[in-house]
Structures are given as structure tokens and as C-alpha cells.
Design a protein around this ligand. Structure first.
Ligand code: NCD
Ligand code: ZN
Ligand code: ZN
Ligand code: ZN
Length: 410
């Protein structure tokens, strides 16, 4: 199938240009001013075409908790939010901590309508399995308690696990971030700090260069500590818990206005590398129990929240694309994604900066059917999402076309 996206403004190399995108064999074949003939043409007049978002941190709950979410519903939510690739976390039930379970997850993920990859989990004794696991985004280490009971605390185990992959993703809160940085310095790999939520954590994470890290270009280059934050920390504070209760409770928890300010500064000054959703759905019933689980969904609202902020002149499109498309692709070395470029995969979000819409729980595609942003009126929404050259989301309508697992550069 060939597809032509015409009359839109295309985001390329930091600027917008009025060009057409010709898609063939699931790839961006040509970015051109010509009006090429395609089997299908999309009129993107008054819209902007950006690379599809890469959400490096989602919990799609398969296997084990498909009453909360599954790869189909999670990926539908992602598609509705302009996300074309997700990296799924290993704290499922059972957890993704051995090869057989990784293969099982691969089988389950075939339902997904956005592209996907996997973070591999770590336990006290799964080093041999980590070594066998191929084509994973990172090895995930839980240094604090959260959903899934994967917390590691033995120093000798941590030391070993930190040497087990080029990229180690960490759930760490407060001082555990310092410990993670210490461990990665000795392991000579890259560290990806998940869901950084406070001024203090951001301060702990400030630019570290790791000598002799294993990078793309060999063993003698310099590694990095990468920082992720999430939309809920940028748009909510602990005050919102008064109104939302457990529906605004996640790990790490919401912080103060000052923390939020520090995170926004981190977006501007480059201290923060990615924004990811930490899409962590739980049912309304579960959230209303006394011992409620932590986590909030986010795939459908991340891009609209950021585009609304852009309309309010709080962030630029360039920053959004850097943090949500280019940087995740680079950090996790995802092949042929993150940019609008000839030869790259045709993963695109067509956005309408003028569309105003309210977030409504009952219109959400996530299986949990709620959002902490319910009732927020946002200006700037994805109009269409294209995955591997297929239109999977079209102005509210979802097309169930299956996507693929991503590949990584060496
Ligand atoms: C996540 C979940 O529910 O899986 N919950 C959360 O509050 N963030 C786990 C996690 O990312 O820590
Ligand atoms: Zn976490
Ligand atoms: Zn040391
Ligand atoms: Zn998470």
C-alpha cells in the first residue's frame, strides 16, 4: 500500500516545512514538494505532522492483570494519544524475568496496534536469563517497593545486575537514585532513571558522565545518566490528592509546586531527557479499596496535555518532539524511529493544534476508563496516528491493524 500525506506542515530537523510525505512498504519513502500518486491520500491541511511518540514506560498488564488493561486496549489508548511505539515494563504476573516469559509476552503483544518493545526484569537470581534475553530495551531494576514485588536490595546482586545490559532502567526514589548512579559508574553502562518526580531527585541525577561506558561506538566512550519524568508530575501536584484521592496516587507520589517548577526548568535546561507516561492502569474498584494500588493511566492524555501547554506558550514543539520522540529512540537505540526521515518507519502523529476537547472518563479507550485529568479542557489533540504506514487512529475511530516489535541498534 502507498499513502500520501499532503498539505500539512512537516516537523523535520527542528523546523516546520510544507512538504508531502510519500509512504510505501510501511516506510517513509519520500519527503517531497511533489504531488506523487498514491493509493490513498490524506489531506493534512491546517495540521502538523510529527514523528509518532515513543512511550518508553508503560504497563499494559499482560499477562496476569488483563482486567486492568491488555495489549489491545493499551495500544488503542496509545494510538489515540499519538503514540506509535511503547516499551512495556516487566512487573506483570508472572514478571518478565526469564526467557520463556519474555517469549510468552511477545506472543501476547501481537494484539498491539502500536509498535512495542520490552524491558526485561531482574531478580536475585536471574542473571543467566538476563544474559540470554535478546532484543530488549533495557534491564529494569526496582530499588523501591511498587506494583509487582520486584524490589532488589542485596548490594552484590545489584552490582551484578548493573553490569548486565548497556542500559539499566531504574525505579528508584529519593536517595536510591544516588545509589543507582554510584552503581552505574562502576558498571560502565547507561542509566535510565524512570519517573523522576522532585527537585531533589533531579538534583541527584544531574549530568553524570560515565567513563568507559559501553556505547554504540565501542567500549571507550562516555555513558550517560538519562532522566525521565511523567505528565502527572508536570501537570498535577500533591494538592490534587485532596480532590482525586487514590486516583492521583502513584509511585513516586505527586510533589509540591516547587518540585513541579524544577521539573519544568529541567525540560528547558536539558536535565530531563524524556517524558513517558508510566501508564499504570488499575480499575476504579481497585482504586476505591482501602489498600488501593499505585499508578495512573496516561497514554491518551500525554500529548494533548503537552500540546495544550504549547498553546499556552509553556513548551515548544521542538521540545515535545525531542523529549517524546527523538530522545527515547536514541537512548534505547530503537532502529529507524523517532524522526521523520526518508527510509525511517512510517510512524507518524498528525496533530491539530486548534482542536479543543475535554478529557472524559467514559470516552477513554484504556480498559480502566478513568484519568486523573477527567474534565480538563485541552486545546491541541492528535487527529490521526499512523503506525508502519497504517492509519490506526482516525479522528476518534480506531482501526485494528496489528503492529510489530521494535529492533535495536547494537
Ligand atoms: C506502577 C504499576 O502500577 O505498575 N505503578 C506506579 O505507581 N507507577 C509501577 C511503577 O512504575 O512503579
Ligand atoms: Zn516505577
Ligand atoms: Zn564508587
Ligand atoms: Zn511504571
Amino acid at each position: 500500500m502507498s499513502l500520501l500525506i499532503k498539505n500539512g506542515k512537516i516537523y523535520q530537523n527542528g523546523a516546520l516545512a510544507r512538504k508531502n510525505i510519500f509512504i510505501k512498504n510501511h516506510k517513509i519513502d519520500k519527503i517531497t514538494s511533489q504531488d506523487l500518486k498514491a493509493e490513498k491520500t490524506i489531506d493534512a491541511k491546517n495540521k502538523i505532522v510529527i514523528p509518532g511518540l515513543i512511550d518508553s514506560h508503560v504497563h499494559f498488564r499482560e499477562p496476569g492483570a488483563t482486567h486492568k488493561e491488555d495489549f489491545l486496549t493499551g495500544s488503542m489508548a496509545a494510538a489515540a494519544g499519538g503514540i506509535t511505539t511503547v516499551l512495556d515494563m516487566p512487573n506483570t504476573n508472572p514478571a518478565t524475568t526469564n526467557l520463556q516469559r519474555l517469549e510468552e509476552k511477545r506472543r501476547l503483544a501481537k494484539k498491539s496496534i502500536v509498535n512495542y518493545g520490552f524491558h526485561f526484569g531482574s531478580t536475585n537470581d536471574n542473571m543467566p536469563e538476563i544474559e540470554k534475553a535478546k532484543n530488549v530495551a533495557s534491564v529494569k531494576v526496582y530499588m523501591d517497593f511498587t506494583t509487582g514485588d520486584l524490589k532488589l536490595d542485596k548490594l552484590d546482586v545489584l552490582k551484578k545486575i548493573f553490569t548486565s545490559n548497556k542500559t539499566i532502567s531504574v525505579h528508584g526514589e529519593n536517595e536510591n537514585i544516588l545509589e543507582a548512579i554510584e552503581l552505574i559508574q562502576h558498571a560502565h553502562n547507561h542509566l535510565y532513571l524512570c519517573h523522576v518526580s522532585s527537585k531533589e531527585e533531579l538534583h541527584y541525577a544531574k549530568r553524570h558522565k560515565i567513563k568507559n561506558a559501553r556505547t554504540k561506538s565501542g567500549t571507550n566512550s562516555v555513558g550517560r545518566v538519562f532522566v525521565e519524568t511523567c505528565p502527572h508530575y508536570l501537570f498535577l501536584t500533591a494538592k490534587d490528592i485532596n480532590k482525586l484521592g487514590s486516583f492521583a496516587e502513584m509511585k513516586p507520589g505527586l510533589k509540591t509546586k516547587q518540585d513541579q517548577k524544577a521539573l519544568w526548568q529541567g525540560l528547558y535546561n536539558g536535565r530531563i531527557d524524556t517524558i513517558a507516561t508510566d501508564h499504570a492502569p488499575h480499575t476504579k474498584e481497585e482504586k476505591m479499596q482501602e489498600n488501593y494500588p499505585y499508578g495512573v493511566p496516561g497514554c491518551e492524555t500525554m500529548l494533548p496535555l503537552l500540546l495544550n501547554a504549547m498553546n499556552e506558550k509553556k513548551i515548544t514543539l521542538k521540545k515535545i518532539v525531542q523529549l517524546c520522540c527523538e530522545n527515547p529512540a536514541e537512548i534505547f537505540r530503537i532502529k529507524n524511529k523517532g524522526r521523520i526521515k526518508e527510509g525511517y518507519d512510517a510512524d507518524l502523529a498528525i496533530i491539530d493544534l486548534n482542536l479543543e476537547k475535554e478529557v472524559k472518563n467514559d470516552e477513554l479507550l484504556t480498559k480502566c476508563k478513568w484519568s486523573p485529568f477527567d474534565g480538563w479542557k485541552l486545546k491541541g489533540w492528535p487527529a490521526m496516528t499512523i503506525v508502519n504506514g497504517n492509519i490506526v487512529f482516525d479522528n476518534g475511530k480506531v482501526n485494528n491493524i496489528k503492529a510489530k516489535e521494535v529492533a535495536y541498534d547494537e
